[in-house]
Structures are given as structure tokens and as C-alpha cells.
Design a protein around this ligand. Sequence first.
Ligand code: CAA
Length: 388
Amino acid sequence: MRILVVGSGTMGHGIAEVMAIAGHEVKVVDISWDILNRAKEKMNESLNRLYEKKVISESPEAIMARISMSTSYDVASDIDFGIEAVPEIFELKKKIFQYLDEKAPKTAILATNTSSIPISEIAEFTNRKEKVIGMHFFNPPPLMKLVEVIPSKYTSEETINETVELTKRVGKVPVRLKIEVPGFVSNRIFIRLVQEACREVESGEASIQDVDSAARNKLKLPMGIFELSDYVGLDVVVDIWKVIVSRGGTDVKCSSFEKKVSSKELGVKTGKGFYSYPGGRYVKVPLPEDSKADPARIISLAVNEGAWLIENNIVNAEEIDTVMKLGFNFPKGLMQIADELGVDSIVKNLEDIEKKGEKAYSPVKLLREMISRGETGVNAKKGFYRYT
Ligand code: CAA
């Protein structure tokens, strides 16, 4: 298959690498040769690491030989599949989809790796709405197994099936949303974790290290919430947060993330975010073992969001857990953790914070019903899952 990746930043170069590893011919387009050469270096570095660890058996040189680069959209003229992975700037995506629609064969599917913007809004800039779809990868793409597949209200069943098949062929696991929602499943939940982490720190309940230590040492997540935000990029986090809130998501008053972005401290890529990363390289953040932060409180708002997604028939509990395990390397699914910590404890935390004036924490209907039915999780033998 001939695949075009537009944008060669953090996600774009990783996606191109994944496609080339799977044997596809890949064209990468970006605005300058400086950016493209940096992407080439990063792909080489990553492929060498994978080769040394025997994750791949083909030589990095042979894989790189399938990747070509360009600063012109003309290379789209013979592609089968296009994937856009540029920053979350709506006007930029609009321009790119108009170009791609004009240049690419009418038969080509055009996917966007947007992390939050509804796909229908992007599809509307093209004359092939039924062939536009969301294909959302996770950072770093060569390591993370998940791809969220997000059909818009226009996407045809054929386009969905082809995208699901491509996802599987490149060794990834697709989770298909039934209906698109801003932020999809992954980032609606991720932003809720971020919002609660931010609220705990700004209200003085816990420090940044407390929250991150509890996330890593009590919840056993691979990264703390602030650490993960630094890894994703604080500008990206704020963009996703804004997209969700501007399209109806309830907000949580918290300014620490926006302040970091205003002072150009964007996380790993700028060498400084909530933590420091000398040379702009990620290193595991040193954290204290002890923490006064409560893990049930940290995940409470995210679980409320998960319950909302289930209640609205967007995905089920298993699909949410697949997203969190394969997209964020959680050792267990979020809804499974909620069952273990107790749905009653989650709801108690939500109500406590709601009383402080935070409307977003109002427990959704499904959680209230579960409590009234006594479905409080593992202890009650029933929660989001059944236990024998
Ligand atoms: N290519 C190849 N190998 C890579 C790599 C890459 N791009 N990045 C890391 N690795 C390798 C490292 O070389 C290392 O190999 P060894 O074990 O052989 O030394 C291994 O992966 C582990 O890396 P590190 O030692 O640097 O650090 P770690 O043990 O903390 O693992 C991690 C890093 C896999 C990223 C892990 O911390 C993790 O899973 N973190 C969570 C990541 C996550 O949640 N991603 C999703 C973010 S959200 C998103 O992307 C979507 C969005 O829309 C915002």
C-alpha cells in the first residue's frame, strides 16, 4: 500500500515508521527539510533501538529505504491512504484536507490523527466525506499498541473496515467508537485525569509529586499524571482540553497548565514542563515513594467520564479498559481499577469535590444507579464487571 503521512513531528514520524516496518511504501510531507531531516534521525534512532532489541528483524536501512520525504503535496497523486498528523490547529487541518482532497486519487482514504477534533468537522472540507476517518495513534507509536478508529457521521462502513484492517495489519489493536465525541475515549479520560491532578495541586490538597507518586506507586501507572502531560506536550494537553470544553464538555477551573504554555514550558520537547528534561529527552522522573494523595480521588473524575461514555453507548467498559491498557500502558483497565477501589469510594470523592462547587464532578446517572443497586465493584461481586 502507498501511504502518505502529513506532518513529521512527534506523532507523524512515529506513524510513518510503524507503516514502513509493516512493509508499506511511505511518503512523509512537512513544511521544511530541517524538520524532515530531524524526523529521519528520530526514525533511525528508534528503528535501531527496535532492531537491537530484536523487536524487528529487518535492518533499519531496509525499512528506511521504503520512506521518502517531500515538502510538496504533489506526492499525494498516487496514494492509497493518507494520514494527517499536524498540530491541533483547526485552520491548518482544514487547509491540509482541502489540498489532499484535490491531489489524492478519489479512491484514497484520508485519515486524521487528531487527538480531539470531531472527524465530521474535518470531513466537511472535502468532497469525499465518506472516505474521511479518525485514526488516532499513541505516543510513542512504535511501542503503543492502540489505535482508536473514529468514524464521523459521514464515514462509510467500507472506509471503517479498511481502516480497521490496516490497523491490524500494522500490528496494532483497533478500538472503534460507535459515535464520535470530542476527545474520543482516550483523551476525554486523559483530560479528566489531568483536570483532577491540577485541581488537587491548586487547591493545596496535594503536591505535584504527591499526585505523581500515587499514580506511579499506588495505581502502578507507567508515568505520573504531570509526567505524562510533560511527555505528551503541555501545549497539546491544553489544546485537547480546550477542544473538549469548547464543544460542550464541563470545565474544571485550573490554570497551571495554561500558565506553563504561556511561559513556553511545554514539557519534554522544550526541556522543561512540570519537571526538567535536560537536552529535551525524556527521562523517568524521580519521585518519592510516599504520597498523601488518594488513588480513588485521582481517578474519580476519569471514572465518571468513563461511565458517561458507557451510558451514552459510545464504548463499553471493556473497550475503555483496552484503550487505557494499550494506549497508556495502564497495568489494568480504568474501570477495573474503579471496581477494585470501590465504585462507592469513587462516588464519595466525586460528591465531596462537587460540594466544593465543581459541577464537572456531579456523578453521572450510571454511577448513581450502580450505587443504588449495590454494584460497588469487586467487594459486591458486581461493578463495571461481574466477579465470581
Ligand atoms: N522507539 C523505540 N523504542 C523506544 C521508543 C521509541 N520511540 N521510546 C522508548 N523506547 C524504548 C526504550 O529504548 C527502552 O528500551 P529498553 O527497555 O530496552 O531500555 C524502553 O522503550 C523503555 O523506555 P524508557 O526506559 O525510556 O522509559 P520507560 O521504561 O518509562 O518506558 C514508555 C517509556 C514506554 C513511554 C512508558 O513510560 C509508558 O508506557 N508511558 C506511558 C505512555 C503513554 O501513556 N502514552 C500515551 C500518551 S497519550 C497520546 O499519545 C495520545 C494523545 O492524543 C495525546
